[in-house]
Design a protein around this ligand. Sequence first.
Ligand code: AMP
Length: 199
Amino acid sequence: MGIFKQNIIMINIVLFGKPGAGKGTQAEFLKIKYNLIHISTGDLFRNNITEKTKLGILAKSYMDKGNLVPDQVTIDMLEAEVDKNPQAKGFIFDGFPRTESQAKSLDAFLIRKDIKINFMLALEADDNELVKRLLNRGKSSGRIDDQDETKIRNRFKEYNKKTSPLKTYYKNQNKFYSINGIGTIDQITGRLTKLIDSL
Ligand code: AMP
């Protein structure tokens, strides 16, 4: 438990990976084990859609096609969510940042609070496995963006073009760690916690 033994008060993790990589599933375990607040921008948008807010209506027009929602509304929403949790011991950012502009905004925002991202944990799995997982999830969740392979592949395209370069962004800060995202949920949780405890 290196990072905790050193008495670092906050731990902030970026959970990274393509749609279907298991970010949300794993965040549920990690937030309990390390007492963190889980912020999923996808979930926040979906809540706004359910509540039919202005932000939800705007976000839906992008999400239904598998496109990214514009940076500034996403950044504003994320910052508001962090500000709602002033007592947090740390955050798991799930699905954010997804562009270099979001990553830079997040760094600047955290610096103003005198905190920082400790590491980015990237769950890796190949596209065909992810398509299978997402189509399955689409059947149970009813998520429109999970039900159509063309939309799923468009999300991968968005990821490859805009999100994947963030690996280099965090590698340059020595914060990037890759985790094999293929296996049972328990196996992958085990890999993540072993890694976090060694950092
Ligand atoms: P997710 O639940 O993380 O798979 O996100 C579902 C959809 O929400 C994405 O395909 C985007 O349309 C939108 N979204 C979530 N997070 C972001 C983000 N950080 N930037 C832009 N769009 C996002």
